[in-house]
Ligand binder design. Structure first.
Ligand code: CS2
Ligand code: MG
Length: 404
């Protein structure tokens, strides 16, 4: 007998930061939840879901996940784009949650079972200067992390990417109107190798180190940075140059053997088609919440596998614990898994989204709960109403608007 969708509800909550959740309920009383959070544009996804997706879901067969994916993707006529793909992701993740709950299995089992014992994660270390960064790296190694992303304030640059304000944990979407930061690429390029040299001198070469340039370089600057960091053997160098122009990576690639990761802003397989098929990157950073859910992420991973490219999914605090849980099932089951980002959520977020996933000794586990193992406490969620919060914008020292 068909299990039909009888209800789909959009829940927007701000326990420390904004999250968009879709909760789908079926005729047999089972429900599933999906994440559709798009940092700084949350209500666009909420309205898209509410007005243009929810009415089409009611009465559909909850088991037909691929068909529903195609229906929402092709049916929109306007293919791709971050808002559409986050909305599709929310539906897709909720339907996989339902299917796994009905099968009484943790989601990774439905996806083919474990390909590894645990999901290796990296976390963030940062500092207002090198000394503070070194303490932060050591602290995270003590916590058990085997891979750490390092970011440091750049001398002479007011606000470098990845550095918290004061002693609060790093959270860039922090103002109701975008804050303006000032950036200098030459100062950063001079400083980055010194930072990495200091970290390697302190922790040696057994820890995987990552670094994020956050879209701020031209291709030739990116090539120079990659070259200057080669001796420090990074696990990856991320988002060195904007990837709208995938061809730009040909130049970077010709000049450096530092592994490259790109794609936290990607929302479809077409965003990385050339990057992957020409082997211009080593890791693809698309996430379940932004790139069409589990269904589309599996497609990206399978395509990447053909070319020796691995996954390295985006996992900042601006995707909800639901995305994190789903990403861990995906990461456990996909053959060409590389690494998963893990930026722990604040206590309020963790309370609103009770979850089965755990961290131990550098690895995360999604848990054995049927479904993806993450829920939403709606009563608690209602206590944290939406707040408009924007990411900053960046300007060069002469005032030119730049890439944040
Ligand atoms: C970052 C993110 O996690 C990362 O690698 O680049 O923190 C990014 O800045 C935010 O997700 C923006 O919403
Ligand atoms: Mg990044």
């Amino acid at each position: 007998m068909e299990t039909k969708i009888i209800d789909a509800r959009v829940i927007v909550t701000c326990p420390g930061r904004n999250f968009v959740t879709l909760k789908i309920t079926t005729t047999d009383g089972v429900y599933g939840v999906g994440d559709g959070t798009l940092n700084g544009r949350e209500l666009a996804v909420a309205a898209y879901l509410q007005e243009h997706v929810v009415p089409c879901l009611i009465g559909r067969d909850a088991d037909r996940i691929e068909d529903t994916w195609q229906y929402l993707y092709r049916g929109a006529y306007w293919r791709r784009g971050p808002v559409t793909m986050a909305a599709i992701a929310a539906v897709d993740t909720a339907l996989w949650d339902i299917k796994a709950k009905r099968a009484n299995m943790p989601l990774y089992q439905l996806l083919g079972g474990k390909c590894r014992e645990g999901v290796t994660v990296y976390t963030h270390a940062n500092g207002h200067d090198i000394a503070q960064l070194l303490d932060s790296v050591s602290h995270h190694i003590e916590l058990g992390y085997k891979a750490v992303r390092v970011q440091c304030a750049v001398p002479g640059v007011a606000d470098a990417y990845g550095i918290p304000h004061g002693d609060k944990p790093y959270e860039p979407a922090d103002a109701s109107i975008p804050r303006e930061e000032v950036w200098s690429t030459p100062k950063y390029l001079r400083f980055a190798p010194k930072m990495m040299e200091a970290v390697r001198a302190k922790v040696g070469f057994d820890v995987a180190l990552l670094h994020d340039a956050h879209h701020r370089l031209t291709p030739i600057e990116a090539a120079a940075l990659g070259k200057s960091l080669e001796e420090f053997r990074l696990f990856w160098l991320e988002d060195v140059t904007p990837a709208e122009n995938q061809e730009a990576f040909q130049l970077v690639r010709q000049h450096t053997t530092t592994p490259l990761a790109v794609g936290e802003v990607f929302n479809s397989i077409f965003d990385c088609q050339q990057l992957i098929s020409e082997r211009l990157i080593d890791y693809v950073r698309a996430s379940v919440a932004h790139a069409g859910g589990i269904t589309h992420m599996r497609r990206i991973a399978s395509f990447a596998e053909l070319y020796g490219v691995k996954t390295g999914c985006h996992g900042p605090t601006d995707v909800s614990p639901i995305c994190m849980g789903a990403a861990l099932h995906f990461g456990l089951s996909v053959p060409n898994f590389g690494i998963q980002e893990h930026m722990p959520h604040c206590a309020e977020t963790d309370e609103v989204f009770p979850h089965a996933y755990t961290f131990n000794d550098g690895y995360m586990q999604p848990g054995e709960q049927p479904g993806h193992g993450v829920d939403i406490d709606e009563k608690l969620a209602a206590r944290f109403p939406y707040k408009r919060m924007y990411l900053p914008v960046a300007r060069l020292e002469d005032g030119t608007l730049f890439n944040w």
